[in-house]
Design a protein around this ligand. Structure first.
Ligand SMILES: [Zn+2]
Length: 420
């Protein structure tokens, strides 16, 4: 048994639907056993139990980044006119380097350490088209005992040769990777067609077949990020009623499916997404950086679609989920929508866990959950310290952390109860 004393904050549901879903224990104690949560309760002296003292700090579940690219660290902050130009000029050349296993290993280790430094303990990750990039990522994640999802990017057209596969080879490679990694330690495989324009219909069909053949796989891709891309999809798939219909044909609208961006959907697409139990991943930092558009949280909420948050590094400009929440707040304000600290922290913890179908394992402090958690420092910077002294109440403090915080506010990251 091991215990941590501090201010505990977590959610048991979506606070937008039920404000009572916020759990806040000002002087709390998180008790763990063998890497799992035993209890989250008010502090009580417990003779014989080792207590780590984090009084004055906040203990929250580790952040979940529901959309991020491990092969794009080296193109973060590359200026560009738009998504398609950014892919051609910066991203594809960067991803091509992951054909080299040694480079992939070194870059993956850096990427994962950067996630942990930012308090992100679980992520849905796009490596590159090369199987080596997936092995490198999963090896680094397994070494650190992390709960992670990733899969080989599938793309067999409309991209340079160095990052292109073939429909049949992508299926065979994915099969081998699934056998090697899916369900091993805390790892999950995600079938990962990059997006409709870079996959032939045959490849999408085979991606759908992988989902049929193996239980419990995730699916991740991009959907409706850029208006030019949406027009392109209409030309490439003239039979489709809309962009989402392309993925629907291949059985991809399902629980555990993560659709990044979802910026230019019509009402019917939102309803289809919600009815299928799939999740939209809101990537505000990337959407602002590339000028892709403003996510319509109201439409998602109206349809009842699950929403999560993604940094989308390297389109996004920060690994920090605090900064990602902050950008989500700004995007919501541009749309005249409410977005408070509870929205932000819920989406980055339990909301993300739900989108990945991992809510029984991570994302909250309910008994039995895996003890991946972080310690937030409310006075991480002089400005935070000054403003913190002027506010009262947990919502106000979380709002300051979300708006002014970044990786400097992460005092410690714990994986299964172990400090990393
Ligand atoms: Zn992306």
């Amino acid at each position: 048994m091991k215990a941590f004393r501090g201010t505990l904050v977590y959610f048991t549901g979506d606070p937008r639907a039920d404000r009572g879903a916020l759990r806040h224990i000002e002087d709390g104690m998180l008790v763990l056993d063998e890497g799992r949560i035993v209890s989250a309760a008010p502090y009580l002296e417990r003779p014989g139990v080792d207590i780590v003292d984090y009084r004055g700090k906040l203990l929250v579940p580790g952040f979940v980044d529901a959309h991020v690219h491990s092969a794009q660290t080296d193109v973060i902050a590359s200026p560009s006119d738009n998504l398609l130009d950014w892919l051609e000029r910066h991203t594809f050349p960067a991803e091509a380097r992951f054909a080299d296993a040694a480079y992939a290993r070194q870059a993956s280790a850096y990427f994962i350490d950067e996630l942990l430094r930012n308090g992100t303990t679980t992520a849905a990750v796009f490596p590159s088209v090369h199987p080596e990039s997936v092995d490198a990522f999963f090896e680094a994640a397994a070494q650190r005992g992390l709960r992670m999802a990733a899969g080989k990017v599938m793309m067999d057209r409309h991209c340079p040769q160095a990052v292109r596969d073939e429909a049949e080879s992508s299926y065979r490679d994915a099969q081998a990777l699934i056998r090697r990694w899916h369900g091993r330690a805390r790892l999950a495989y995600a079938v990962t067609p990059r997006f409709a324009p870079t996959s032939s219909e045959r490849q999408l069909e085979l991606a759908g077949r992988l989902l049929e053949e193996h239980a419990g796989l995730l699916l991740q891709t991009h959907l409706s990020e850029n208006e030019e891309e949406v027009r392109w999809v209409r030309q490439l798939f003239p039979w489709a009623r809309n962009y989402l219909d392309v993925y629907a044909r291949y059985g991809m609208i399902r629980p555990g499916a993560l659709f990044a961006h979802c910026l230019h959907l019509d009402g019917g697409e939102w309803d289809t997404l919600a009815a299928g139990g799939a999740a939209a991943v809101h990537c505000p930092s990337s959407n602002l950086f590339l000028g892709s558009g403003l996510f319509d949280l109201a439409a998602a909420r109206r349809a009842g679609a699950a929403v999560s948050l993604g940094s989308d590094v390297g389109g996004g400009t920060s690994f920090s989920m605090l900064r990602t929440m902050h950008d989500a707040h700004k995007v919501a304000r541009m749309r005249r929508l409410p977005f408070d600290a509870l929205d932000g922290f819920y989406l980055a913890t339990l909301g993300g866990a739900r989108a990945l179908g991992m809510q029984e394992r991570i994302g909250s402090f309910e008994p039995g959950r895996e003890a991946d958690f972080i310690v937030l420092r409310p006075d991480a910077t002089p400005l935070l310290a000054r403003r913190m002294a002027q506010v009262e109440g947990i919502e106000a403090r979380l709002f300051l952390l979300m708006t002014l915080g970044d990786e400097r506010a992460i005092e410690a990251t714990y994986i299964l109860g172990q400090l990393v």
